[in-house]
Structure formats: structure tokens, C-alpha cells
Design a protein around this ligand. Structure first.
Ligand code: FAD
Ligand code: NAP
Length: 543
């Protein structure tokens, strides 16, 4: 792996065709496409290497939950053929190696300024340029500003009182130390039971002397069924990946390794429902949510799946005092991101692992020695915050983005994000979001959605440049209609019925809006194509 180098510091304002913020999957591919158009681009990345999610989330057990053979770029046959995945769900180090391999192949690092956080982006209407400022004093100007800042990149530690008094080390799963953490002989407290916790808890428990898990909401989790990938499966995937990816873009979730059963649950016999659920449970992974056509749409169908999942989960939990606590019963299955695990529930069978219900007795404070809940102090030597992210909007609103007339994006979005197609926002010309709120993004295989957006943005920028068109921005009308459509589609699903990060519910004070577009990658892709074919219908083009 080549060492990360960075573009040289810029003392004065330097001009590029485009600035890209972020060097995860999205920023890397965007840079490659802009170079292909013969444009100049400067990428800023807060981390000191490429990778985004997979650079920051180095916690034990971190791995993808979309299968590796699908969770990879699909834009280059050579790149995919020369890379070989080893496991059904690749672990974080392998995904990060893959991203560095792509960065090497495409010689991306020479245009990336690492360890540099973008603090502000201001649109200069007269010049038609974005002026971008960083925490290291760089100033660059560019016609296009592309936010590849990630949906799950703003790690969040809740505002617990007393956190500064804690005498031991603490960590957030989304900002894990590069050198790793040795929990041997330690009493560890883990706060949270979402996907990051579900992946890390079994491995932390293997090392720790004692583990206390603080749970607010029990989650649905099912065995991932991870395994080494046999040679034949890899070869088959390499031979068909390019056509598979074209197909993936027409599906709801950007995934083709399983099919959704479109029959509504009520139209199936009890035996067929049970068989469908059982087969899909045994497949491992998200196939389970495809058991009936209406799992995510009606309580009746959802209850069949949820009840089945709870029964399966119950089978492996041995301590009677934690069974009821570990079984989710306050939300439909799938409306919070389903967790895939490897021996998560079994971990609670061990005598040195305890579960504390912080729904009943919320965490009151952190002390010098531990965590207080329900008036009781749980002494720990270190704390792991598996408490998630200010998802979808956090990375964007933490940048001081000012558009026409100095209007701030964070103020415009104070009551919830407003975008047209998740790609841009009215009043912010030539500003693009990759997998922004209002696009399928986190409800899909993200790499498929990233490529869909990057390809659309690249084509758009290419056409504007060729046609000498100075700017593009959503009209307010088109944006209003899209926001309404996003809400309408969400309201036909069960998604809004949970306190999830999709709804902003994990951040106190954040507006409760279902942020991704639930219409599916395929349907959404047709809309994108139609808009482009109609000369960017819904966008205002500035001559
Ligand atoms: P990111 O990878 O988040 O990259 C954004 C980059 O922007 C970051 O490196 C960040 O440092 C940088 N950045 C942000 N703000 C600034 C700023 N102001 N200045 C400079 N740099 C900035 N999705 C799936 O589809 N399948 C999975 O299996 C899956 N597993 C996941 C596992 C974990 C632990 C997490 C947290 C997420 C997972 N996701 C998964 C979602 C994942 O985020 C996406 O798949 C994908 O990696 C996102 O790529 P990205 O480039 O859009 O964003
Ligand atoms: P998350 O799903 O938001 O989970 C955060 C956990 O912390 C939840 O259990 C939450 O409880 C708890 N929490 C937050 N604030 C708390 C507080 N003040 N007191 C007590 N508990 C608190 O975050 P995540 O696990 O990092 O996952 C985020 C997303 O990243 C996932 O949904 C997924 O999309 C992606 N991801 C994927 C994988 C994978 O398998 N590939 C792994 C990790 C992450 P509540 O539920 O009650 O809010």
C-alpha cells in the first residue's frame, strides 16, 4: 500500500474546476470521473488517508453487512478483476486495503489534501465561484463544490454530564484509534446496541475481564452467516460483475444476491410464510426482510417476520434475566437498521457480561470511575461509545455553507433537510451532495448509490462545461415537490414508526423527518435519467 501523501499546502487562493470534500468511496470515484472530463479538482479529507467510513471505524469486528462481492466499485472491470475478496462480509482492514488499492491504481492521492477539514464554503455570486476554507488556512476557489462528506461520518458522543471527569480512556466506534485497543484484564462499559455495538461486543467480551453493556433499545439482529469465499464464487462474480451492477441499479436496494418475494404475507399460507422466513433466516443477511412483499409496509406482515426473529433470537439466549431485555418489542423489524451479527446474543450467556437497561433508568452521568444509571454506579476502566452518528445531515451542517445572498444551509435545513433529488438545494448553485438526504443512500447498497450519483453529477458537469452554462441549481418549486414526495413515500412504509437515526431521533433537538428516499434505487434512477434527459428539469440553469 502506498503511503498517503497530500497535495501541497496552498498559501493563496488557488482555483480549480471543482472542490470535493471527503475521500471515502464517494470522493475517490468523483475525483476519478472529474479527471476523466479533463477538469482540475482538489479533494480535502479530514483523515490522513483515503477510505472514509473504513478509515475511521476500526473497532473490533467492523465489517460490511452488504456482501463483499457487491460492496465494491463496479465502474471498472480491470479494477474488480484484479482484486480478490476473502470473506462473504469483508472486515474493515480488508475494505480499507481495497480502497487504498483503488487509490494506487488511479493515482488519486496527488489531488487529495489529507488531515484537512473544510470549515466553510461560500458562494461568490459575482464570480460564480465557491470559496472553500479549511482548518489549516487553505483557501481555494472552484466553480463546483461537491460534498462527498458521508451519511455516517459525524460520530456523536451524547452530552453526558461528567464525561471530562472520567479517569480512564474512552473511545467512539466511529473514531477508533489506529493502533487498536487492548481490553485484556479491563472492566469495559459499552454504551449502545446498534450495528457497531453488535459487531464489537463479542470481540470486546473475548478480551475484557468484565463487560457491562448499557442498552436503551433492543435491536433486531440476525446471524450474518459470514464465511470464507470459495474460489468458484469469486471467479463467477468477477466474470459477471459489470452486468450485475447494471442490474443492481434497477433494483430497490442495489443488491442482487437475493430476490424479494413480492407476494403479500396475507396471500400466503402459514406454512409458506414459515418456510420463506426460515429459508431466509438461514441464508443470513438482509434476505430476511424480503420474505414478503409488504414486510416494510404493513404491521400484519411485519409482525410475522418480527415474531419469527424474536423466537430465533430467544433460542440462543440462556440467562433468563436478560431474555426479555434483549428481545426488541417497541418497533417493527427493519425500521431501524437491521443488525447482522456473529455470536452477539450468545455473548450475554457468559458470566462476565452484564446488560443494563438504560431505557428504564437512563444514564445520569459519567463519574471518575464509571457510569451512573438508576442511581447505581457501574465501575469501569474504559468506556466504548457505540452511540452512532449525526446521520445524513451532520457532516454537511457542521460546515459553514453559505449560498446566494449569504443564506446558510444549516439555517435553511433547521426544520429538516430540503433537497431536490438529494443532489442539491435551492439557493446553492453548483453545490452537489453525493447520497444526500432525499436520495436512497442509506437504504441501499451505498456503493451502488454513490456510483449512481457520481455518474449523474459527472455527466451534468460535463454538459454544463461543454454548453458554457455557468450554473445549475434546483428551483424551489421542484425542491418542494420532491421533499413532499419523499415524505409521502415514507408515509406508505413503517419506517417513520421508530426512533431511528433515519428519523434524526438519536440526536436531541433534531427535527423528526425521515431523511432517505424510500422509493428504491431503480425507481429513483429512472427519475434521475428523466430529469437529465429533459435538460435538467427542475433545475435552473444560469447562462
Ligand atoms: P464516508 O465513507 O463517510 O466518507 C466521507 C469522508 O468525508 C470521511 O472520510 C470524512 O472524514 C470526510 N469529511 C467529512 N466532512 C469533512 C470536512 N468538513 N472536511 C474534510 N473531510 C470531511 N453501507 C453499505 O452499503 N454497506 C455496508 O456494509 C456498510 N457498512 C457500514 C459500516 C459502518 C461501521 C458504517 C459507519 C457505515 C457503513 N455503511 C455501509 C455506510 C457507509 O458509510 C457507506 O457504505 C460508504 O462507505 C460511504 O462512503 P462515502 O464516501 O459517501 O462517505
Ligand atoms: P446506531 O445504530 O445509531 O446505534 C447507536 C446506539 O447507541 C443505539 O443503541 C442507541 O440507542 C444508543 N445510544 C445513543 N445515544 C444514547 C444515549 N444517550 N444513552 C443510551 N444509549 C444511547 O449507531 P451505529 O451502531 O454506529 O450504527 C449506525 C449505522 O452505521 C448502522 O445503522 C449502519 O447503517 C451502519 N453500520 C453498519 C455496520 C455493518 O454491519 N456493516 C456496522 C456498524 C454501523 P437507541 O437505539 O435507543 O437510539
Amino acid at each position: 500500500m502506498a503511503q498517503e501523501t497530500s497535495a501541497s499546502a496552498q498559501a493563496e487562493t488557488k482555483e480549480f474546476d471543482a472542490v470535493i470534500v471527503g475521500a471515502g468511496f464517494a470522493g475517490m470515484y468523483m475525483l476519478h470521473r472529474l479527471r476523466g472530463l479533463g477538469l482540475t479538482a482538489c479533494v480535502f479529507e479530514a483523515g490522513d488517508g483515503v477510505g472514509g467510513t473504513w478509515y475511521w471505524n476500526r473497532y473490533p469486528g467492523a465489517r460490511c453487512d452488504v456482501e463483499s462481492l457487491e460492496y465494491q466499485y463496479g465502474f471498472s472491470d480491470e479494477i474488480q478483476r484484479d482484486w480478490t475478496w476473502t470473506e462473504r462480509y469483508a472486515a474493515q482492514p480488508e475494505i480499507l486495503r481495497y480502497q487504498n488499492y483503488v487509490a494506487d491504481r488511479l493515482d488519486l492521492r496527488r489531488d487529495i489534501r489529507f488531515s484537512t477539514r473544510v470549515a466553510a464554503a461560500t458562494y461568490d455570486e459575482r464570480a460564480g465561484l465557491w470559496s472553500v476554507a479549511t482548518n489549516r488556512g487553505d483557501r481555494v476557489a472552484a466553480r463546483f463544490c461537491i460534498m462527498a462528506t458521508g451519511c455516517l461520518s459525524a460520530a456523536r458522543v451524547p452530552d453526558f454530564e461528567g464525561i471530562d471527569e472520567f479517569e480512564g480512556p474512552w473511545y467512539h466506534t466511529g473514531d477508533w484509534p489506529k493502533e487498536g485497543v487492548d481490553f485484556s484484564g479491563k472492566r469495559v462499559g459499552v454504551i449502545g446496541t446498534g450495528s457497531s455495538a453488535v459487531q464489537s461486543i463479542p470481540l470486546i467480551a473475548e478480551q475484557a475481564k468484565h463487560l457491562t453493556v448499557f442498552q436503551r433499545t433492543a435491536n433486531f439482529t440476525l446471524p450474518a452467516g459470514n464465511r470464507p469465499l470459495p474460489k468458484e464464487e469469486i471467479e463467477k462474480s468477477k466474470a459477471t460483475l459489470m452486468q450485475d451492477r447494471r442490474h443492481a441499479r434497477t433494483t430497490a436496494g442495489g443488491i442482487i444476491c437475493f430476490e424479494y418475494n413480492e407476494t403479500p404475507a396475507a396471500e400466503m399460507t402459514p406454512e409458506d410464510r414459515a418456510r420463506e422466513l426460515n429459508d431466509r433466516w438461514n441464508m443470513g443477511g438482509f434476505a430476511f426482510l424480503g420474505a414478503f412483499g409488504d414486510v416494510m409496509a404493513t404491521h400484519e406482515a411485519n409482525d410475522y417476520a418480527a415474531e419469527f426473529a424474536r423466537a430465533k433470537m430467544r433460542e440462543v439466549i440462556e440467562k433468563p434475566e436478560v431474555v426479555d431485555l434483549l428481545l426488541p418489542n417497541d418497533h417493527p423489524i427493519g425500521v431501524k437498521r437491521l443488525c447482522l451479527d456473529t455470536h452477539y446474543l450468545e455473548t450475554f450467556n457468559a458470566p462476565h457480561v452484564d446488560l443494563v437497561d438504560v431505557r428504564k433508568a437512563p444514564i445520569e452521568r459519567i463519574t471518575k470511575k464509571g457510569i451512573v444509571s438508576g442511581g447505581k454506579e457501574y465501575e469501569v476502566d474504559c468506556i466504548v461509545f457505540a452511540t452512532g452518528f449525526d446521520a445524513m445531515t451532520g457532516a454537511l451542517t457542521s460546515i459553514d455553507i453559505a449560498g446566494r445572498n449569504g443564506a446558510k444551509l444549516s439555517e435553511k435545513w433547521a426544520a429538516g433537510p430540503r433537497t431536490y433529488l438529494g443532489l442539491g438545494s435551492a439557493g446553492f448553485p453548483n453545490l452537489f451532495f453525493i447520497t444526500g438526504p432525499g436520495s436512497p443512500s442509506v437504504l441501499s447498497n451505498m456503493i451502488v448509490s454513490i456510483e449512481q450519483h457520481v455518474d449523474w453529477i459527472a455527466e451534468c458537469i460535463g454538459r454544463l462545461t461543454e454548453g458554457n452554462i455557468r450554473s445549475i441549481e434546483p428551483t424551489k418549486d421542484a425542491e418542494d415537490v420532491w421533499v413532499e414526495h419523499v415524505n409521502e413515500v415514507a408515509s406508505t412504509t413503517l419506517y417513520p414508526q421508530a426512533n431511528s437515526w433515519y428519523m434524526g431521533a438519536n440526536i436531541p433537538g433534531k427535527p423528526r423527518i425521515f431523511m432517505p428516499y424510500a422509493g428504491g434505487v431503480g425507481v429513483y434512477g429512472e427519475k434521475l435519467a428523466e430529469v437529465a434527459a429533459k435538460d435538467y428539469e427542475g433545475f435552473a440553469l444560469g447562462a
